[in-house]
Design a protein around this ligand. Structure first.
Ligand SMILES: [Zn+2]
Length: 313
C-alpha cells in the first residue's frame, strides 16, 4: 500500500504522521516545538523526523512522498517557506532540503491552506466546489475554494482575512497597522487582548494572567459567559458579532454554497450557535449547505492537510 508522510508544524507543536491515500492516519507522534524562527524550525523538523523514523517507523514500505503544513507564507510552486511573520522572514528552500535528506518528493503549504486541502479532498469538498474554509484558532485566516481550486494570490498571501475590519470597534491597534482587525476580537489572541482591555469596564470572575505571555483561557470565557459574567458576556457578544460579520462579508466575495469553520475556538457548539444567530438570512440565502463546523477531527485536520499536500492534490 502506498502511504504518505505528513508534517503539521503549528505555533508550538509538530505533528508527524503516516497516511493512506484516503487520508486515514495510520500512525502519528506529537513533538513540542516551542517558539522558533525558520532556521530553528528546519532543525526541529529534522530532529523530530529522525526520532519518528527510529521510534515509530513505517507501516510498510517507505512513504512515497512527504508534505509539510507551515505557519506563515509559503511558495507552494518553488517549495520555499517565505516567512513566518514580518519579524521572522528568512526564506528557506524547505521542500528541496527535505526531499534531498529523505530521498522522496516533498511539497509544502501554509497550514490553513493545507487544512483547506483536507476539507477539499476528504471533507465538504466532496459535495461542494465553491466553499470557504475559515480557521478560527490562535489567529484567523481563510481559504477560498472557487470552482474546485484554491485561490493563492500573487504572493501566496490570499485569505489573510483576520486582518480586516468588520464593524466591531474596541480600540486595539493591530501589528499590521490597522485598528480592530477581526483577529483581535474573535480569535484566541483576540479574546486575550479584549479581556485585558475591557476588564476595567466590566465586573468579572475571569482569571487574567498578569504575565502577558500566558493567554486567557477561552473555554473559561465561554463557561463564565453562560453563567452571566458581565465581561465574558460582552467578549462573546463582540466575538460572535465580529465573526458573523466576517463570514457575511466573505460570502459576498465568492458566492460559496458552504462555509466550513475549523480551529479551536469554533469547535465549541455554544460559540457556533451564537454566530449562526447573528447571520442575516438574506445575505446567506445561497449558502445552501450552511455555515458548518468541519466534520474532520479538528485535532488532525492539519495533519490530514499535510497528507493532501504530500499527494500534491
Ligand atoms: Zn491586522
Amino acid at each position: 500500500m502506498e502511504t504518505y508522510l505528513g508534517l503539521d508544524l503549528g505555533g508550538t507543536k509538530l505533528l508527524i504522521g503516516e497516511l493512506d491515500r484516503c487520508g486515514n492516519i495510520l500512525k502519528y507522534k506529537k513533538y513540542d516545538s516551542g517558539f522558533f524562527n525558520q532556521q530553528a524550525a528546519l532543525e526541529i523538523i529534522k530532529e523530530s523526523l529522525d526520532d519518528y523514523v527510529q521510534t515509530v517507523g513505517w507501516t510498510g514500505d517507505k512513504p512515497v512522498a512527504m508534505g509539510v503544513g507551515l505557519i506563515g507564507r509559503v511558495d507552494t510552486v518553488s517549495g520555499i517557506w517565505l516567512q513566518i511573520d514580518p519579524t521572522r522572514t528568512h526564506p528557506v528552500p524547505l521542500a528541496k532540503e527535505l526531499s534531498n535528506l529523505y530521498g522522496i518528493p516533498c511539497h509544502i503549504d501554509n497550514d490553513v491552506k493545507a487544512a483547506t486541502r483536507a476539507e477539499r479532498v476528504f471533507g465538504f469538498g466532496q459535495i461542494s466546489k465553491n466553499f470557504i474554509y475559515v480557521n478560527v484558532g490562535t489567529g484567523i485566516a481563510a481559504s477560498f475554494v472557487v470552482n474546485g481550486r484554491q485561490i493563492r494570490g500573487s504572493h501566496f498571501n490570499a485569505g489573510e482575512v483576520g486582518h480586516t475590519q468588520v464593524g466591531v470597534n474596541v480600540g486595539i491597534k493591530c501589528g499590521c497597522g490597522r485598528m480592530d482587525c477581526v483577529e483581535l476580537i474573535a480569535s484566541g489572541i483576540g479574546f486575550d487582548r479584549c479581556a485585558r482591555l475591557l476588564c476595567k469596564d466590566y465586573e468579572t470572575n475571569l482569571q487574567i494572567p498578569e504575565d502577558i505571555a500566558n493567554r486567557v483561557q477561552v473555554k473559561d470565557i465561554f463557561t463564565l459567559s453562560q453563567k452571566g459574567d458581565p465581561l465574558c458576556v460582552q467578549l462573546v457578544e463582540n466575538a460572535t458579532q465580529a465573526l458573523a460579520n466576517l463570514i457575511m462579508n466573505l460570502v459576498r466575495v465568492s458566492d460559496p454554497d458552504t462555509v466550513v469553520l475549523g480551529g479551536g475556538i469554533v469547535s465549541d457548539g455554544f460559540f457556533h450557535t451564537k454566530v449562526l444567530e447573528k447571520l442575516n438570512a438574506t445575505t446567506i440565502r445561497f449558502v445552501t449547505n450552511g455555515v458548518v463546523i468541519t466534520k474532520l477531527n479538528p485535532d488532525f485536520i492539519g495533519l490530514m492537510g499535510a497528507g493532501a499536500v504530500a499527494m500534491n492534490v
